[in-house]
Design a binder for this molecule. Structure first.
Ligand code: NAD
Length: 379
C-alpha cells in the first residue's frame, strides 16, 4: 500500500497527518510512505526525520498524488488535490461530511473513496482511532490557557502579605471531551469551576473533577452514541436563564456544546454577556459550527462592553507536536483495518469502516451524509 502525506494547505494549520514514529511502523509492515517536502516542519518533524523513518521525500505533488493508494490528511484536501488522485484512491481526513456535505462532490466526480474521521463510531474498539477525542482534549486544555493569558486576574487563590486574592471562577458549558479537559485544566490551575451539560451522565464526570455540576431539572438529552440530541426551545430557554445567572459570577466561560451535524446551540446570549464583569473572557470552542455565544465571531476577538469573546476554530493546531502525534497514532490504528495480508481490503461488515466510509468509489454510502448532501444541493 502506498500512503502519501502532503503539507497541509490552510494558513492556520501547523499539524501533519503522520509523524515519523507512525511512518516507521507502516514501513516495517511493508507499506511505502511518501511525504511532501516540509510537511512536518511546523509539527517538529524534519524531512530527515521522515527519511530516517523510511519515507521517501518529494516536492513533486502531482507525482505523489498519482501513486497514492491512500492520502492521509488532517483537513479536507482541496479540489485540485482530489482531481489528481487516481480513480479509487482513498482519502482519510477530517472531512466534515455532515457540516459541509457539498464538498464531497469532488470525491463523487473523481470516483474516490472518502473515510471521514469524524464518523468513526464512539465505541470501545474504536477508541484508539478517535481523532475527535484527541483533538478535543487538546482544544479543551488550550482554551483554558488562552483564557488565562487574556484574563486580568489569576486563577488560583493566593494568600500574600498584601492580603488574600480569591480564586477565579470558570464556567464550562458542555461537558464532553473538550469540556471535561477544560474543567480538569482550570481545576489544576486552582480556579473554582462549574460545569453544565444537557446529558445527565455528564454530571458525575464533572463532579469527579472537583467541579460543581449545574442541573436543569428533569433534563437528560442523551441521544444516539452518547451524543446530545436537540432539545425543544422551551427547555433551551430554561437553560439560557440558568446560564445567564451563572455567567454573571463567572470570570471566564468556556463553551463546547455541540450536536453533530447541526448548528451549535446558542447558550450564552447577549444578555448573559452584558451581565458579566468587565475584563471577563469567553472562549467559544463551537465557533466552527456557529458558536455557543450569540456574539461570537469565528477567529475574531469581540470586545463587548469590556468582555472579550474568542471563537478560535482550530485550537488543536496551536499545539502541533502533540496534536500531530495523537492524530497520527489514531490514523495508524485505523489504517490497520484497511489492510489484509498486505493488500488493501475494505471490509464493510466492520462497523468502524462501515460508519466512517462516507463515499466509496464515487458513491455516497452513508445515509445521514446522503441526506445532508441532497438537502444542501437543493438549497
Ligand atoms: P460534542 O463535541 O458533540 O459536544 C460537547 C458537549 O456538548 C456534549 O457533552 C454535549 O452533551 C453537550 N451539549 C450539546 N448540546 C448542549 C446544550 N444545549 N447545552 C449544554 N450542553 C450541550 O461531544 P463529545 O465531546 O464529542 O462527546 C460526545 C459523547 O461521546 C460524550 O458522551 C462522550 O463521553 C462520548 N465519548 C465516547 C467515547 C468512547 O466511548 N469511545 C469517546 C469519546 C466520547
Amino acid at each position: 500500500m502506498q500512503i502519501v502525506v502532503l503539507k497541509e494547505s490552510a494558513a492556520d494549520e501547523f499539524r501533519v497527518a503522520l509523524v515519523p514514529e507512525s511512518v516507521k511502523k507502516f514501513v516495517a509492515a511493508g507499506n511505502g510512505i511518501s511525504v511532501e517536502a516540509g510537511a512536518g516542519l511546523l509539527a517538529g518533524a524534519s524531512d530527515t526525520n521522515y527519511e530516517q523513518a523510511g519515507a521517501v521525500i518529494s516536492s513533486n505533488r502531482e507525482e505523489l498524488l498519482q501513486k497514492a493508494d491512500v492520502l492521509v490528511s488532517i483537513n479536507h484536501p482541496d479540489e485540485e488535490v482530489l482531481s489528481k488522485l487516481k480513480k479509487g484512491g482513498i482519502v482519510i481526513a477530517l472531512l466534515r461530511p455532515l457540516d459541509e456535505p457539498e464538498k464531497l462532490q469532488a470525491f463523487i466526480e473523481n470516483g474516490l473513496t472518502a473515510i471521514s474521521l469524524e464518523m468513526i463510531p464512539r465505541t470501545t474498539r474504536a477508541q484508539a482511532m478517535d481523532v475527535l477525542s484527541s483533538m478535543a482534549t487538546i482544544a479543551g486544555y488550550k482554551a483554558v490557557l488562552l483564557a488565562t493569558e487574556k484574563l486580568p486576574r489569576m486563577l488560583p487563590m493566593m494568600t500574600t502579605a498584601a492580603g488574600t486574592i480569591p480564586p477565579a471562577r470558570v464556567f464550562v458549558v458542555g461537558a464532553g471531551v473538550a469540556g471535561l479537559q477544560a474543567i480538569a485544566t482550570a481545576r489544576r490551575l486552582g480556579a473554582v469551576v462549574e460545569g453544565f451539560d444537557i446529558r445527565a451522565a455528564a454530571g458525575e464526570a464533572v463532579r469527579s473533577l472537583g467541579a460543581k455540576f449545574l442541573e436543569l431539572e428533569n433534563i437528560n438529552a442523551e441521544g444516539e452514541g452518547g451524543y446530545a440530541k436537540e432539545i425543544g426551545e422551551d427547555v433551551m430557554d430554561k437553560a439560557r436563564q440558568l446560564l445567564t445567572k451563572t455567567a454573571a459570577n463567572a470570570d471566564c466561560i468556556i463553551t463546547t456544546a455541540q450536536i453533530p451535524g447541526k448548528r451549535a446551540p446558542i447558550l450564552i446570549t447577549k444578555e448573559a454577556v452584558e451581565a458579566m464583569k468587565r475584563g471577563s473572557v469567553i472562549v467559544d470552542l463551537a465557533g466552527a459550527n456557529g458558536g455557543n455565544c450569540e456574539l461570537s465571531k469565528p477567529n475574531e476577538i469581540v470586545n463587548h462592553n469590556g468582555v472579550f469573546i474568542y471563537a478560535p476554530t482550530n485550537l488543536a493546531a496551536t499545539i502541533p507536536v502533540h496534536a500531530s502525534q495523537l492524530f497520527s497514532r489514531n490514523v495508524a490504528a485505523l489504517c490497520n483495518l484497511l489492510v489484509k495480508d498486505g493488500e488493501l481490503n475494505l471490509d464493510f461488515s466492520d462497523d468502524i469502516l462501515n460508519g466512517s466510509c462516507v463515499v466509496h468509489q464515487g458513491e455516497i454510502r452513508n445515509e445521514r451524509t446522503k441526506t445532508n448532501y441532497e438537502l444542501r444541493k437543493t438549497n
